[in-house]
Design a protein around this ligand. Structure first.
Ligand code: 2M8
Ligand code: MG
Ligand code: MG
Length: 271
């Protein structure tokens, strides 16, 4: 079994960054040798710190909404760097965004338009964390300041330039077309299978629109309830996705209790 998890609003409380309700499960999974793989919109600079705090060192992790996968040194194949890119770079994305804003008059503000102090203000992160969040390699988060009704036209304009729009907890995110958390999950499930063989069932947990491809790509999913309006999600096989009542790390724990329960090691994960 492999566990893939979103961070903000899922394993971590969106405001306090507390994950203590999920702590018991993290310990149990570690003792059972079940990898917990972070699959997040955060940057490598942010996650590099968090894996240590969360005790999740030694596993690969996915950053920037699936745009890049970071592999531990011992995981790298010959000639492979530690970073597998599944989409194009941030400077191309930024240049296209600036061009579209000028041409169509879309109103938005991206992380690349402002300094870290502003990002700290938007997110509630400490300045040094906001600075880490601003070091983007392959995605751009932005605040949409225009009519919600223009988002479709914005997404269409992005698509013409080979880019895709998704939505996280607070921000919209722009990546190269084809990039999403689900594709990164599939890539890593295959890599775990090559490395360790055997069963590679996956369980994914997330709370945002940007997590839906990850939940759809996993054998089992946990859609963690968000504050405010519940996310409208349609899955091909909805019986595979559990919707929590609690939010954040409490919802994370609830989803684990639901799928893994007491005798979870004995469960049949084949699908
Ligand atoms: C951004 O992502 C969150 C995740 O859902 C959002 O859209 O609200 C990211 O850019 C990340 O790098 C940053 O740490 C986070 C802070 O709120 O915001
Ligand atoms: Mg989230
Ligand atoms: Mg996220």
């Amino acid at each position: 079994l492999l566990v893939f998890t979103d961070l903000d609003g899922s394993l971590l409380d969106h405001h306090s960054y507390d994950w203590s309700p999920a702590g018991d499960w993290l310990t149990r999974l570690r003792l059972a040798g079940v990898p917990v793989v972070i699959d997040t919109s955060k940057t490598a600079a942010e996650v590099g710190r968090l894996v240590v705090e969360l005790g999740l060192e030694g596993q690969p992790f996915v950053v920037e909404n699936g745009a890049a996968i970071h592999l531990p040194p011992e995981w790298r194949n010959e000639g492979e760097s530690g970073v597998v890119e599944l989409g194009g770079g941030a400077s191309m994305i930024r240049a296209t965004l600036v061009q579209l804003r000028e041409r169509h008059g879309f109103r938005f503000e991206g992380f690349g338009d402002v300094d870290a102090a502003k990002v700290a203000q938007w997110t509630g992160l400490a300045l040094e964390d906001a600075e880490r969040a601003s070091r983007r390699d392959a995605s751009e988060p932005l605040r949409w300041l225009d009519d919600e009704g223009r988002l479709d036209a914005f997404a269409a304009a992005l698509a013409e330039h080979g880019l895709v729009l998704t939505r996280g907890g607070r921000f919209h995110h722009v990546m190269a077309a084809g990039v999403d958390k689900g594709r990164a999950l599939a890539w890593l499930v295959e890599r775990y299978r090559q490395r360790f063989g055997g069963r590679t069932a996956s369980l994914a947990l997330g709370d945002g629109a940007n997590d839906l491809p990850m939940l759809a790509a996993a054998d089992r999913g946990v859609l963690i309830r968000t504050e405010g309006a519940p996310l409208k999600a349609r899955f091909d096989r909805p019986e595979r996705v559990y919707l929590t009542h609690e939010g954040g790390p409490k919802g994370w724990r609830e989803g684990m209790d639901h799928w893994l329960g007491e005798d979870w090691l004995g469960q049949d994960w084949t699908v």
